[in-house]
Design a protein around this ligand. Structure first.
Ligand code: PMP
Length: 380
């Protein structure tokens, strides 16, 4: 039996999402901009999905914009905010452990557009200190960006504390939060985060790949990346992918009510995993943040490179990840920023559990790791 433990990379679409995608492909296939009934139906389906995402973020549906995914949302947010708010204020403060879809646009602004970028490093356990952000943000800062849950270690960042300070002291500074790994996993209300922009992704919450959404607080002006027919209130032109958007809405509607039950289950599974790993002297756990998502656990297997262990586990039909799926085996900038030595970073494994993960599956994983270590350590 295959054991899928790579839910931070992507999740299996849930049945309501798949049915909604199907329905919007074969029945409600109109263009939401068309003025006739078929178009209207498609538009209504988008409206319903928008309401579902807004309810989950506790915000007005008017504040929700759909895009092709969190990567596009992050790019739009960063370039779009920099364009409107970064004409005179040329400083950006960002955590050093962001996903590449945040880190790369900001690097571009630094290298090509003359922005000064301050990157706030986490402590060894992966947590960012609020004071470090407070020290760095000043009158010249146009954008502050900090993710909610780190995708490699599961550390939860003190976004609310950082952003509430920023908005109190520098109300014109834009606060942006990549909440992809926190959405529908930990409680999150848009107003309580003090974020001007919040980014989420469909395929991490049992919807289909290729759809994301961003909350943009009323009054915040983000310039569009993609121009054309003016869809999504001019912020994201192009005919909406109604099936994917409807599927996203259906997944959120179906799973949001059980978020806290799922969280309790994830906590139990995560504790079970950590207890089992603690018995193996060749394992070092890298996810040591006090405030941590139970869905993600990162650890290193002494002397065995990540890819080697990953492929051994794969041969046992156990699917995990080395660091983040997006970095495709490249050196983890997150673990490096945490000050984790290269040797440990090179042997890091990320286990990301899902809503249906069982203790039995964790047993299969840990047995496979033990077997892998014994086999691979010998051949070194
Ligand atoms: N941010 C984070 C924290 C992520 O984990 C991911 C997915 N790896 C993304 C952004 C990008 O999301 P998408 O695949 O929807 O572009």
């Amino acid at each position: 039996m295959a054991v899928y433990l790579d839910n931070a990379a992507t999740t299996r679409p849930c049945e309501p999402a798949v049915s909604a995608v199907f329905q919007n492909m074969v029945e409600d296939y109109g263009n939401p901009s068309s003025l006739h009934a078929v178009g209207l139906k498609a538009e209504q389906n988008i409206t319903e999905a928008r309401k579902a995402i807004a309810a989950a973020l506790v915000c007005d549906p008017q504040c929700v914009t759909f895009t092709s995914g969190a990567t596009e949302c992050n790019n739009t947010a960063i370039f779009g905010a920099a364009k409107n708010y970064g004409k005179r204020k040329k400083k950006i403060v960002v955590s050093a452990i962001e996903h590449p879809s945040v880190a790369e646009p900001i690097k571009y602004l630094e290298e090509k557009e003359g922005f000064e970028v301050v990157r706030i490093k986490p402590s060894r356990n992966g947590e960012i200190a609020v004071e470090d952000f407070i020290d760095a943000v000043d009158d010249n800062t146009c954008l502050v960006s900090c993710m909610l849950v780190n995708n490699e270690t599961g550390s939860i960042q003190p976004v609310r504390k950082i952003f509430s300070y920023v908005k109190r002291n520098f109300p014109e500074c834009i606060t942006h939060c990549d909440a992809v790994q926190g959405f529908m996993k930990i409680p999150m209300k848009s107003a309580e985060l003090f974020a001007d922009i919040i980014v989420v992704s469909g395929h991490k919450v049992h919807a289909v790949k290729g759809v994301g959404a961003m909350y943009i607080r009323k009054g915040i002006r983000v310039a569009p990346l993609i121009m054309g027919g003016g869809q999504e209130k001019n912020l994201r032109s192009g005919t909406e992918s109604v099936p994917l958007i409807a599927g996203f809405g259906a997944a959120v509607r179906a799973l949001m009510p059980t978020m806290s039950v799922a969280h309790s289950n994830a906590e139990e599974i995560s504790e079970y995993l950590l207890k089992k790993l603690a018995k193996l002297e060749y394992i070092t756990v890298n996810s040591t943040a006090e405030n941590k998502s139970p869905y993600i656990t990162n650890f290193s297997v002494k002397g065995i490179r990540s890819e080697i262990m990953l492929h051994f586990l794969e041969s046992k039909e156990v699917y995990v990840s080395s660091g983040s799926a997006c970095s495709k085996g490249a050196h983890s900038s997150v673990l490096t920023a945490m000050g984790i030595p290269d040797k440990l970073a090179d042997s890091a494994i990320r286990v990301s559990i899902g809503r249906t993960t069982t203790k039995g599956e964790i047993d299969v994983l840990v047995n496979a790791i033990q077997e892998g270590y014994q086999t691979l350590a010998k051949t070194k």
